[in-house]
Design a protein around this ligand. Structure first.
Ligand SMILES: Nc1ncnc2c1ncn2[C@@H]1O[C@H](COP(=O)(O)OP(=O)(O)O)[C@@H](O)[C@H]1O
Ligand SMILES: N[C@@H](CC(=O)OP(=O)(O)O)C(=O)O
Length: 422
């Protein structure tokens, strides 16, 4: 059997859903599990709605209305009969958010976030599943929360692999025998049946969880790019397609921030030796990228750009050394504030980290660190990672930039840079 994953970009409008059905129809004789994300930018919108509700601002209902209208417009194109059951089912999903909004917030933010934001995936899969059935592709809607079990770390649920594998193996092979199975990416549930999410862009990871648990032959992630390129085309012109990639290089590229695949996706597939294809949903005949076990190294240098970096330098107040005790304290604070380090460097009296400048939680971290250390920071930096670098590639990315911090090992060069004002 195979697993397909369609992200938000692929189902951002009615044409996207029609295109999905075309792709699926060419595989209708295969056993196929289809993982779908929320449509377009729905997750961002529901995230905004959650913030608005939690802070008791008055636009939460307007944002909900926007989400409803957006999906309604898509449904009008796909389901001309306005008595079609999809309208009622989707309306019921949005009612779950309305119920939450009607009471003042009494639960922690992260918990509320998961209950609200998950509706994006529940709605998109309802629409996709009805459409596939309408065009003659027999499909069964499955609630991913019945299969993917996590701990209760809301917004970053950690998968209970044993329980998840057992549920998936018990339930899904039978359903896959004579129909397509459509389910949600990104969402799971705790053992007490509370909805959790797996972290932003986590639908790729969901696809890998289902595939690994079902010993799938392959996973195909359908994207708006021809495959994995040697840089994000949004930042770099003249990108090259990487036709084949080893699991190791794919893990490294995504770890350093190549957002084309969620970083947690590769490992479960590597463990089961399942091939991952990244293909274009626009040019479906294109070869795309094949990721599998290989000793071949990356054929071309690859670039990863991360903007909006903040470099935080942490110094003990009494000019003592940065020792294990300080380091363990700093790492535990990073963990408490849910902060991922993109680059780090230490000297005897200074520990520096580059992180995404995500606003409130970074401010809280700096305040917290300030209680025990002297803390300095520089904002608006850019982190450039080059995998399989050489001097020419370094020179190419440094035009108009000044290096703040540079780290190199035999395969990877990381440059934290500031734009030079002209
Ligand atoms: N190395 C890369 N190769 C291809 N695309 C990349 C790369 N790095 C980042 N991207 C970006 O990833 C995007 C696709 O991922 P994403 O927007 O998350 O898709 P989806 O929402 O469908 O899951 C592309 O539009 C591209 O801008
Ligand atoms: N909808 C979620 C999960 C996801 O993976 O989406 P996408 O496949 O569109 O990146 C998000 O936007 O974070």
């Amino acid at each position: 059997m195979q697993v397909f994953k369609f992200g938000g970009a692929s189902v951002r409008d009615a044409e996207g859903v029609i295109n999905l059905s075309r792709i699926v129809s060419t595989h209708q004789h295969d056993k196929l599990l289809i993982v779908v994300s929320a449509m377009g930018k729905t997750t961002n919108l529901l995230e905004k709605l959650t913030q608005s509700y939690f802070n008791q601002r008055d636009d939460a209902f307007d944002l909900l209305e926007q989400a409803k209208q957006y999906h309604h417009a898509i449904m009008l194109r796909l389901f001309p009969d306005n008595n079609h059951p999809v309208y009622h089912e989707v309306a019921n999903r949005f009612v779950e958010i309305e119920w939450i909004l009607e009471e003042p917030p009494a639960d922690p933010y992260d918990y509320l976030y998961d209950q609200i934001v998950a509706v994006g995936e529940l709605v998109s899969t309802t629409i996709v599943c009805h459409y596939l059935n309408d065009v003659g592709l027999k499909s069964k809607w499955v609630d991913a929360r019945d299969y993917i079990l996590t701990d209760n770390t809301h917004r970053e649920g950690r998968v209970d692999w044993k329980a998840t594998e057992t549920r998936i193996r018990q339930g899904l092979p039978e359903l896959l025998k004579d129909q397509l199975v459509i389910t949600q990416g990104f969402i799971g549930s705790t053992s007490e049946n509370f909805t959790t999410t797996l972290g932003r862009e986590g639908s790729d990871y969901s696809a890998a969880i289902f595939a690994a648990s079902l010993d799938a032959e392959s996973v195909t992630i359908w994207k708006d790019v021809p495959g994995v390129l040697n840089a994000d085309p949004k930042w770099f012109d003249q990108t090259e397609l990487i036709p084949e990639l080893s699991y190791l290089d794919a893990i490294e590229l995504t770890y350093y921030g190549a957002t084309v695949i969620h970083p947690k996706t590769i490992k479960p597939l590597q463990n089961k030796n399942i091939t991952l294809y990244v293909k274009s949903f626009v040019d479906t005949d294109g070869k795309g990228t094949q990721i599998r076990q290989s000793n071949e190294s990356l054929p071309v240098p690859s670039f990863i750009f991360k903007v909006n970096q903040i470099l935080i330098s942490i110094l003990p107040k009494d000019f003592s050394f940065i020792v294990e005790d300080n380091l363990s304290d700093i790492f535990s604070k990073l963990h408490q504030h849910h902060i991922k380090v993109n680059m780090m460097h230490n000297s005897a009296v200074n520990f520096s980290i580059s992180i995404d400048d995500t606003g409130e939680n970074v401010t809280a971290l700096i305040e917290d660190l300030g209680k025990r250390y002297d803390v300095h920071y520089q904002k608006e930096l850019e982190l450039i990672t080059i995998r399989h670098y050489n001097q020419q590639t370094i020179d190419r990315v440094l035009v108009g930039k000044a290096i703040i911090l540079e780290l190199k090992d035999s395969y990877t060069c990381q440059l934290l840079v500031r734009k030079l004002s002209i």
